[in-house]
Design a binder for this molecule. Sequence first.
Ligand code: KG4
Length: 332
Amino acid sequence: MGIESSCDDTSAAVLKNGILLSNVTASQAVHEAYGGVVPELASRAHQQNIVPVVDQALKKAGIRKEELSAIAFTRGPGLMGSLLVGVSFAKGLARGLGIPMIDVNHLQGHVLAHFIHEANDETPNPPLPYLCLLVSGGNSQIVKVNKYNDIEILGQTIDDAAGEAIDKCSKVMGLGYPGGPIIDRLARQGNADAFQFARPNIAGYNYSFSGLKTSFLYNLRDWTKEDPDFIEHHKADLAASLEKTVVEILMKKLRLAVKDTGIKDVALAGGVSANTGLRNAFHDHARRFGWNIFIPKFSYTTDNAAMIAMTGWFKYQDKDFIDIDAPAYCRI
Ligand code: KG4
């Protein structure tokens, strides 16, 4: 069984011999009113959700808890209050059942989500080594996966994550939370070349999104001075231009990493990988440059326990277990 509670999704999944039997996730609508995740409310919601979610995952998998052979859980990074709920619950359950505990790094889980298979699912696994663009609300990284437990970070954001920048821009536009899916929907109806925003100019494979966020904010401030209804009049064009800028920033560094490493097996992971523009860019690069691309199912892009169970399954086979005194961690 895998258990995930690092941010605002409570999730439990059951795997049997590497095949996913169930993946149940309870999301937390309570944060919508605040335009962002409120840590204290997140941990309270996890407390309410964890037992029913685990119970449902077992029922859907058609097994009893006594049949579990190990419990994998997200140990970090994430919000401490949120992590503590899943970590403590997982440890208690494993200890109660007398079975091993396996700690999983949340980011490793995202990167290995490509190995999740449901029954009769024939999608190929990425060959090792592969590159993975991991883009979420908390991270933007290019990693090289040599082995499931040997993941090299080639580059990462030096300030904001891509998802965080999109969410903040969406908030500035007065749209709901999380902004990513709303920007995605609006962008489909807009002109992506309508507006230009700042692009970072930093060396290597690292990213930066704070300049884009600031440029978006300052431009909107100036434009709304001239036309108070500017946002309302240009919502779709703003969303499309913002999405295009973020996607181009992400793909430019990824192209560089592919060129330098010579690895053309390229995967996408994390919440922002649900984005239509980014998915289209991946398909476009596959056509233009012969990349062999791996894009996860929507249900495995955002936080989920299936990826934690999958990573746990790899560690289980290596008997890579952990003791009850291993604490949760907020940062890597
Ligand atoms: O991996 P994830 O679920 O968890 C965090 O790291 O928080 O990623 C959530 C992020 C949020 O910033 C959300 O706005 C973004 O993924 N996101 C999207 C889309 N769906 C979710 N961003 C752009 N387009 C989407 N369709």
